[in-house]
Design a protein around this ligand. Structure first.
Ligand SMILES: [Zn+2]
Ligand SMILES: [Zn+2]
Length: 404
């Protein structure tokens, strides 16, 4: 996920309770260790081993090898069929870290630049606290998902039977956001992250000598017209009340000065929040392609690939999660109606299968930036306890509910 969030005013409250979270130093040590040993999508072998060992040490029933490197820890038996899933992502990015602190990545070209090291540490800390108390009446599933960064690990876990093997009523995710006040929370009901569709367009015409265009059907002129008209779809065919983006991101045609090529190709991406808008945009892309083909005497083929559905928070679970955060950190500590973001998120696949809530936690601001997916990013250790407290309170409150 790559976003830069608005700032909100927030003063972190320290939770006074009889909590037995691991000490902040210990959670920080886990986080920094994971940061120093990043692994890319579906290659999180060492990471999975570390997580599985910790979960076993805490007393969880541990299942490994789900979608290759995914791990699920289970806590509780209980008399009810109440069950909740808490999900953290595991993979790093192909980025060379430019930080020089001692816990920087030990692997050239691989870095935890999206904070998944922090997400894992927060969920491990919650697992340890929940395991140290009375056995829950119901089940808590700690889901450690591989390959969030574009490789479809969430969908792969579902194909591997995540929700069949581990039946749960709802599933919850938590991701850090630089720019949002450190340790505060933000979410919203409905779409919170965008759907992403990729498209490829191939234009075929008749090439020839550049001095005699009357003998050709020029694919480059057709491509230019197509790019311009595609840009009118969002501004003219989508309601201003509905956010969407269409970007042409690659253009390829021709090789030299005096030849009109006979093919051109475009690549691009469409981002939207609702199925209706998504379908309307794709229908318009197809119509524009047909019109430009007719007008310019070329043939145009297009194909679309659904990369991510929109991440859609269900109302009941989002209100529930927001109340949990508010009880812990006060009304200033949670924005329950934050702006949706145009980035996409693999957790969307899980929310297609079960109701739930994707929650954001502020990573704070740092002089000079510290954006997600940047080579100088680092997870803010000061927010680890807030995240772990949220997970613990959410699981306890969910299992304590009297009815589904
Ligand atoms: Zn990311
Ligand atoms: Zn991420």
């Amino acid at each position: 996920m790559a976003v830069f969030w608005e700032r909100v005013s927030f003063t972190a409250k320290t939770m006074q309770s009889d909590r037995v979270l691991p000490s902040a130093d210990e959670i920080t040590a886990w986080r920094r260790y994971l940061h120093s040993r990043p692994e890319l999508a579906f290659d999180e072998v060492h990471t999975a081993t570390f997580i599985a060992e910790k979960l076993r040490e805490f007393g969880c029933d541990v299942h490994t090898g789900i979608a290759e490197t995914g791990v699920v820890g289970i806590l509780g038996k209980g008399l009810t069929d109440r069950a909740i899933g808490l999900r953290a992502d595991m993979d790093a990015l192909p980025i060379t870290e430019t930080n020089d602190f001692p816990h920087r990545s030990q692997r050239e070209g691989c870095m935890h630049a999206c904070g998944h090291d922090g997400h894992m540490a927060m969920l491990l800390a919650a697992a340890r606290e929940l395991a140290s108390g009375e056995e829950p009446d119901g089940r808590i599933y700690f889901i450690f998902q591989p390959a969030e960064e574009g490789a479809g690990g969430g969908a792969a876990m579902i194909r591997d039977g995540l929700f069949d093997r581990f039946p749960m009523e709802a599933v919850f995710g938590l991701h850090n956001v630089p720019g949002l006040e450190a340790g505060s929370f933000a979410t919203r009901t409905g779409p919170i992250m965008a759907a992403l569709d990729l498209f490829d367009i191939r234009i075929a015409g008749r090439g020839g000598h550049a001095a005699f265009p009357q003998n050709s059907s020029d694919v480059i002129v057709a491509a230019g017209a197509l790019i311009s008209v595609l840009q009118t779809i969002i501004s003219r065919n989508v309601s201003p009340a509905d956010a969407a983006v269409l970007s042409v991101t690659a253009v390829e045609a021709g090789k030299t000065y005096n030849v009109l090529p006979d093919t051109a190709s475009l690549k691009g991406a469409i981002r939207s929040f609702t199925p209706e808008v998504r379908t309307a945009i794709i229908d318009r892309v197809l119509a524009v392609c047909r019109g430009v083909a007719e007008a310019y005497g070329v043939s145009i083929e297009s194909s679309f690939e659904v990369a991510y559905p929109a991440t859609i928070n269900s109302e009941r679970e989002t209100l529930f999660a927001s109340e949990v955060a508010q009880d812990l950190f006060g009304t200033d500590g949670i924005n329950g109606n934050c702006a949706a973001q145009m980035a996409s998120e693999d957790f969307a696949f899980m929310l297609q299968e079960r109701p739930g809530c994707y929650m954001l936690i502020g990573n704070g601001s740092r002089q000079g930036g510290c954006l997600l997916h940047s080579s100088d990013y680092d997870f803010n250790d000061a927010i680890l306890e807030n995240g772990a407290q949220y997970w613990v309170a959410l699981a306890k409150a969910w299992l304590a509910r009297s009815s589904v």
